[in-house]
Write a protein that binds this ligand. Structure first.
Ligand code: SAM
Length: 325
């Protein structure tokens, strides 16, 4: 499917819950009380039905996210149902990793192929400051994902000046040791907390400079790992593969955007950095559900904007935890 700007859109990120067992500074405003009612979340059956319509329209890549998707008790059932759909080529997971030590195996067996694991710091104290969680459980989750034979495990770190900037090089070393690609992500204005200020923003260009103080970054423009917008570099000495997602500083960021999002409460969000959403609930309740869902996807595709509004007037309404990362 092509959008109005001739971009091929074939990637759907599906949030299956807005709940999370961590409290990342950049994702959920402190004291957040805006939880959706779980009875308003799409059921497993509804998610699988929507994926079927999306696959018939040409979507090929799917990712389960949240909130924290591993908190959803029927996630294995969802993955198995999606895998059975013709046209579904890959199912990936975005997770904080804290529950992967028990779930990596069952999810892999059900058809999950790849896992992106958030890791904002190695230092337990810094990790706790950023996420409120325990980094040891993430290390255990990473080991479990590797042992379960995922086709690809990637690490993600959101950059925050004054919070985890000293972790940049240790994270690179860890990724090199584990032989896992690591991506540094620029902070996007997705919460209302005072955590997200100009003062806390650390551009990916600066992260690259800091890494270059330790090792030479060799550009790998041909490298495409998964479906994301990262620009990759191989480090000459350590061999680490490091990607940079410059959602704010890369002015060409949206040119190759291939994705749309589905929120846990059933809204298609054509662009993360634009408030437009298309509610699938009326279509799901309609007697001719399949046709109605099909139409809603086409409407979402037409509504996909040329670029996000993060550099201009964007004011967060729904925080990231409610949209789905
Ligand atoms: N809980 C899962 C996790 O930790 O990966 C999945 C959801 S999380 C919202 C997905 C991704 O979004 C994570 O890599 C997270 O770091 C990133 N993210 C959340 N808020 C962000 C923000 N304000 N700016 C940049 N990335 C953000």
């Amino acid at each position: 499917m092509n959008d109005s700007f001739a971009r091929q859109v074939d990637y759907l990120r599906i949030s299956i819950t807005d709940r999370c067992n961590e409290r990342c500074l950049y994702c959920m405003p402190q004291g957040y009380k805006g939880w959706q009612r779980t009875q308003d979340h799409l059921t497993a059956e509804e998610i699988i039905r929507i994926v079927g319509v999306a696959a018939r329209l040409g979507f090929r890549k799917f990712r389960l996210t949240g909130g924290e998707p591993l908190l959803r008790p029927d996630i294995v059932e969802i993955v198995a149902g999606m895998k059975a759909i013709t046209g579904v080529e890959t199912i990936g997971l975005s997770t904080n990793g804290t529950k992967l030590s028990t779930l990596a195996g069952p999810l892999r067996a059900a058809g999950m192929r790849t896992a992106n694991i958030s890791l904002d710091a190695l230092d337990p104290k810094i990790y706790r400051t950023v996420t409120g969680g325990d980094v040891e459980s993430v290390f255990a989750g990473i080991r479990a994902a590797i042992a379960a034979g995922y086709e690809r495990v990637k690490l993600n770190c959101v950059l925050m000046r004054g919070v985890n900037e000293q972790e940049i090089w240790p994270l690179v070393m860890y990724a090199a040791e584990q032989e896992l690609p690591l991506r540094f992500i620029e902070l996007m204005p997705l919460t209302r907390t005072d955590v997200l200020t100009e003062k806390n923003f650390l551009p990916v260009g600066e992260a690259m400079q800091r890494i270059a103080e330790h090792d030479e970054l060799v550009p790998k423009p041909e490298t495409k790992i998964g479906n994301g917008p990262a620009r990759y570099f191989r480090l000459k000495r350590t061999g680490a593969l490091v990607g940079f997602i410059g959602a704010l500083t890369n002015l060409h960021f949206c040119e190759s955007c291939n994705k749309m999002r589905l929120t846990a409460d059933g809204k298609i969000r054509p662009c993360l950095g634009d408030h437009g959403e298309i509610d699938l609930r009326p279509a799901l309740n309609h007697a001719d559900r399949e046709t109605q869902l099909h139409e809603k996807f086409l409407e979402a595709l037409r509504a996909k904007p040329l670029e996000h509004l993060f550099r201009s007037q964007y004011q967060p309404l729904r925080p990231m935890t409610a949209i789905g990362g």
